[in-house]
Design a protein around this ligand. Structure first.
Ligand code: ZN
Length: 365
């Protein structure tokens, strides 16, 4: 079926190009759909009948969208799909269903044994059946879900300092170490990558080595995503107003700390906080990164100079002299600044650093 889909895609691009060369006009979706009916009757392309008809129609629709996006300068010219480069995939607008805890039903294929990762919620809007780099097949459902209508309050605010030493530090002093999945799996990845580079081109061993490497990468990705989801969810369930600093992510990644930074995946975490806040009726307030959260004393507002290695510092103001944990002090400042932004009603406009601060319930998903 995936082969039919690829063949039809390439055939349709070819037809569009020939038609344009001959007449100077574009060939519409409806014209192509008509030709598809004829193709299914011709003996040499009779095999197209074996493919689910809606999957084939979807191909022509996807191509139409591809061309529209190209003409409106949103995308590149649709490419021919090669057998080697294109992963197997097909889209069903309807009729893919979860039958029971171990079975999925797919049109023209029938009942398929499957591991159900989580129960379906909402109204199913279609499904894609595809194969990933490890060789495993997936059924991915698109579902429509109504978001619960909850307005954010400011009863349980939190300030979060995000960093490399400690992944998150809350203003309450709670710290969480960054996950080190990548480092831990790195040795294995290196060994598998070496094996792949040594394998003979287009051999069976090479294909196996490629799949093993893809599998190892996927494992790390899954572990990290799982960790981040749980951590973000925990924060959103405890607090309703999350004040957090926007980080100069590009600047950070250039340094020696780049690897442990990619381990920490701070930008993914921020996105998750946003999505979950929106869902649970909370909000994320972003404090501009030019606000000196680390080097300002939260008690007397005195500013000092710090290096990255100063984890603990004493306020030099003689009338203050408080000893700070660097990250906790930053989190407290971020909380104060975030609450100030909310109180000033700036949450719907822009803050000092020009980063848009969107309240949780603005607009749909
Ligand atoms: Zn002070």
């Amino acid at each position: 079926m995936a082969g039919c889909r690829r063949w039809l895609w390439n055939w349709a691009i070819g037809r569009k190009q020939d038609h344009y060369a001959a007449t100077g006009k574009s060939l519409s979706y409806h014209a192509l759909a008509g030709e598809l009916v004829d193709l299914k009757r011709q003996p040499e392309t009779l095999w197209l009948k074996e493919c689910h008809s809606q999957v084939l129609q979807q191909v022509l629709m996807d191509l139409e969208t591809g061309f529209t996006n190209f003409f409106e300068k949103r995308a590149k010219y649709p490419r021919f799909k090669s057998r080697k480069r294109t992963p197997h995939s097909m889209r069903f607008p309807q009729n893919v269903a979860v039958v029971d805890a171990r079975t999925v039903s797919i049109p023209k294929i029938g009942l398929v044994r499957a591991v159900i990762h989580r129960p379906l919620v909402g109204v199913v809007k279609g499904a894609t059946v595809k194969q990933d780099a490890t060789g495993a097949w997936w059924v991915v459902f698109v579902c429509h879900i109504e978001r619960p209508d909850v307005a954010p309050t400011c009863d349980r605010p939190v300030g979060i300092d995000v960093g490399l030493e400690s992944f998150t530090t809350l203003h309450t002093g709670a710290k969480v170490k960054p996950p080190k999945f990548y480092r831990r799996g790195e040795k294995k990845l290196k060994r598998l990558a070496r094996k792949l580079s040594r394998a003979t081109k287009s051999s069976m061993n090479r294909r196996k080595a490629k799949q093993r490497l893809a599998k190892a990468y996927q494992r790390i990705r899954n572990q990290r995503a799982d960790w981040l989801h749980k951590h973000a969810l925990g924060i959103i369930q405890q607090f309703d107003t999350v004040c957090i600093e926007t980080l100069n992510i590009k600047g950070l990644a250039k340094t020696k700390l780049a690897k442990s930074f990619s381990d920490a995946a701070i930008s993914t975490f921020m996105q998750m906080l946003h999505d979950k806040a929106e869902w649970y009726g909370g909000r994320v307030v972003k404090v501009g990164r030019f606000y000196a959260s680390s080097k300002t004393c939260h008690r007397c507002q005195n500013k000092t100079t710090l290096t990255l290695s100063d984890r603990v510092w004493m306020c030099p103001n003689p009338r203050c002299g408080i000893t700070h944990d660097r990250d906790v002090n930053a989190a407290i400042n971020i909380l104060h600044e975030g609450l100030r932004i909310v109180a000033a009603g700036m949450s719907e406009t822009q803050n000092a650093a020009g980063d848009a601060v969107r309240p949780a319930n603005a607009g749909g998903r």
